[in-house]
Every structure is written in C-alpha cells, then in structure tokens.
Write a protein that binds this ligand. Structure first.
Ligand code: HEM
Length: 155
C-alpha cells in the first residue's frame, strides 16, 4: 500500500506544531529512549564521558533528536512522491558507517521508534489519532530500513 497525501499531511502538520518547541521535545524524546533502554546511553560518546553532568547541557542530544524527526518527515514526503525513501546516497552511507561504529542494533531502532511515537503523542495530544500514529510509523520504518540496509554494507 502506498503512502498517501493524507498520511504525509499528518506527519508534516504534527511536526510543524512541534517545531516551535524542539528544545524540550528533543529532551523528552531522549529521556524516553533512556527510560525504555538505559543501556543506550553508553552508545553516545558525549554522554558516556559526561559523568553526572545534566543531559540538558548537551547540544548534541538535540542534534540527534531533531535529525530523527526531520528525516522521518523527509521520509514521509519521499514515500508519498515516489513510494521509496531516498536519503542522499552519501548521507545514507555515512549514517550506515556511524551507526555501525557506535554499536546500534535492530532492537535499538525499535526503542527509538517507540520513544518517537510516545513523544509525538504527548506533544500533540489534540492531533493524535491512530491514523497519525500509523503515518509516523510507516515513515520511520522505511527510513530505519534504509539505514539498516546501509549498515549491512558498512559492517
Ligand atoms: C548519529 C540519525 C537511529 C544512535 C546520528 C547522526 C544522524 C543520525 C544524522 C549524525 C552522524 C552522521 O550523520 O553520521 C538517525 C536516524 C535514526 C537513527 C535518522 C533512525 C531512523 C539511531 C538509533 C540509535 C542511534 C536507533 C541508538 C539508540 C546514534 C549515535 C550517534 C548517531 C550514538 C553518534 C552520536 C555522536 O557521536 O555524536 N544518527 N539515527 N541512532 N546515532 Fe542515530
């Protein structure tokens, strides 16, 4: 089943509503990831070395969170346009290499997916519907599949 214009609209509309608040949404997203999988913290070099310093002070935390949101949005648009996710090839290769290097496994992609969906649900409770959840899930799953494929090549 193709990705519809309505699904793309659901993803982009909710991201637009969240965008003005990226700082706190990025943090919530990360805290949710570490709540579900505390061990995932070890994979982020800048957190591993941080000791007891508060997570809020890490600009890189926000970078990764926003990257996941923005790339899932791009994935939605690409799915609607072409039925496939085409992150620029060079970018995708780098993502494959990076994620292999830090030890990301399939299960982590599931954790990040759950955390992403929980974060959106809590950020836009008035917009949240099963259709919106399904649209984000599909956009994320296809993006994750593209990254995982590239990780196989990089391993
Ligand atoms: C790095 C995106 C999933 C952990 C990065 C970078 C991007 C990115 C753009 C920056 C480095 C680069 O460009 O090579 C994504 C997207 C994901 C995803 C779009 C899902 C669709 C995950 C998962 C984990 C993870 C599941 C593990 C829980 C990391 C770590 C780094 C990284 C540890 C290196 C951070 C650093 O050294 O600063 N990711 N990522 N990512 N990602 Fe992800």
């Amino acid at each position: 089943m193709g990705f519809s214009e309505a699904q793309e609209e659901l993803v982009l509309r909710s991201w637009k509503a969240m965008k003005k608040d990226t700082e706190s949404i990025a943090l919530k997203f990360f805290f949710r990831i570490f709540e579900i999988a505390p061990g995932a913290k070890q994979m982020f070099p800048f957190l591993r070395d941080a000791g007891d310093a508060p997570l809020e002070n890490h600009p890189k935390l926000k970078t990764h969170a926003v990257a996941v949101f923005v790339m899932a949005c791009e994935s939605a648009t690409q799915l609607r346009n072409t039925g496939d996710v085409k992150v620029r090839e060079a970018a995708l290769k780098r993502l494959g290499v990076t994620h292999v290097k830090v030890g990301v496994a399939d299960a982590h992609f599931e954790v990040v997916k759950t955390a992403l969906l929980d974060t959106i649900r809590d950020a836009v409770p008035d917009m949240w519907t099963p259709e919106m959840k399904a649209a984000w899930e599909e956009a994320y799953d296809q993006l994750a599949a593209a990254i995982k494929e590239e990780m196989k090549n990089a391993a």
